[in-house]
Design a protein around this ligand. Structure first.
Ligand SMILES: *Cc1c(COP(=O)(O)O)cnc(C)c1O
Length: 395
């Protein structure tokens, strides 16, 4: 017996649920890439994306996923033999650093491990030792989608300033842009990268970079520049230059609609919605943890991200059965653990086009699975989520 007919709930941390309005906006014939409507859409995206990043700098749109945006950012500001510092707190900063290493950049890693956030004081201490200014860039993710950590980018920016260090501050906001506050200029971030398919609710296929004046100055002498990613050629006269070729118009139609929806809801409300829904998930997981079979991956409550919750499960067989039950019996796809947490964790995404019924439905099904499979857990997790939302939404 299954109860899975009806709309499937996709609760993985990317790609996320695509709103019907975004899908509909893409359902149209191709249009001219040299004149007319598309030029206006590009102008509006080039105006709105920097606003979303919180910068007076420029944005660049690539036909790529987040990995492409990583490579694009690195090649625009670094040279072979440069040294960079990677601040790891899970999987994704290391992945970005690995791309840098393969481009011939020397990578040093400051590893916070998988269960806590990057600590700003440790960054400051390391940078103060770099008296010769050998470190050219610092890489970190705002949310690491594998560990579920939310790093304090503002605090790390302050630490870099306190150390009086000149390295470029480069931040991966793939799993956080449009979900939690990000203030590139105010926090001292020079380069930020994102993708279309997580908080921005658009199909995979667009990678974004934002760069401030300082980054664009460093860019002038960067040795790793290549034609497709190059900011200078993308700044060229023609619309065609913006994309180094044919514009990804259908993804742009979708993105335009997604941004309209975010602005209509108002960003402050979007961020508050993510926080309240994340609180609800954490209320449930907190209760379930009392059974000792599962627990939060991130140990400190205030270091858990508002876009994804990573939950460790002791027994790998129970873990497989749990995710399988949620999907095949109830139509909810729960994220698997990745990297060091492969076979050890599941992930519940609460990112992008999510609302109370989707989150409560996902938690309810998770609890159905815990009960059905006799996995030890504290009772009343979903009820705790309901109470959390009842209190916070009323306020
Ligand atoms: C998903 C993700 C990426 C990689 O994006 P792809 O589009 O899968 O290449 C990079 N960084 C973070 C934090 C992510 O969550």
């Amino acid at each position: 017996m299954t109860v899975r007919a009806g709309r499937q709930f996709l609760a993985i941390p990317g790609p996320t649920v695509i709103p019907d309005e975004v899908l509909s906006a893409m359902h149209r014939p191709a249009i001219d890439i040299y004149s007319g409507e598309l030029l206006g859409i590009t102008d509006s995206l080039m105006r709105d994306l920097p606003m979303l990043f919180g910068t007076k700098g420029r944005a660049y749109i690539y036909i790529s996923n987040g990995h492409g945006a990583w490579e694009g950012a690195l090649t625009n500001v670094l040279s072979r033999g440069d040294k960079i510092l990677v601040l790891e707190s899970g999987r994704f900063a290391a992945g970005w650093g690995d791309f840098a290493a393969r481009l011939g950049v020397e990578v040093e890693t400051l590893n916070a491990g998988w269960r806590r956030a990057v600590r700003a004081d440790e960054v400051e201490a390391r940078l103060k030792k770099d008296t010769k200014g050998e470190i050219k860039a610092i890489l970190v993710t705002q949310v690491d989608t594998a560990s579920g950590v939310g790093n304090d980018i503002e605090a790390i920016g302050k630490a870099i300033k306190a150390a009086n260090h000149k390295a470029l501050f480069m931040v991966d906001v793939v799993a956080s842009l449009g979900c939690v506050p990000f203030e590139m200029d105010a926090w001292g971030v020079d380069v930020a990268v994102a993708g279309s398919q997580k908080g921005l609710m658009t199909p995979p296929g667009l990678g974004f970079a934002a760069a401030n004046d300082r980054a664009r100055e460093v860019h002038k002498n960067a040795g790793l520049r290549t034609p497709y990613w190059d900011w200078t050629s993308r700044d060229g006269e023609m619309h065609y230059n913006r994309y180094a070729g044919t514009a990804p118009m259908h993804l742009m139609f979708g993105l335009r609609q997604a941004l309209n929806m975010l602005f209509e809801e108002k960003l402050d409300n979007v961020f508050a919605r993510h926080k309240l829904l994340a609180d609800a998930v954490r209320a449930a997981v907190g209760k379930w943890s009392e059974g000792q079979a599962l627990t939060f991956n991130i140990e400190e409550a205030d270091e858990r991200s508002n876009t994804v919750t990573t939950v460790l499960m002791k027994d790998p067989k129970q873990l497989t059965a749990f995710r399988e039950f949620c999907n095949t019996k109830c139509g909810v796809v729960i994220g698997a653990g990745i990297g060091d947490l492969t076979g050890k964790a599941f992930r519940i995404a609460h990112m992008g086009h999510v609302n109370a019924p989707m989150v409560l439905g996902t938690l309810g099904v998770a609890e159905v699975a815990l009960n059905a499979l006799d996995i030890p857990h504290g009772a009343g997790g979903t009820e705790a989520a309901i109470k959390s939302l009842g209190a916070s939404v009323a306020a």
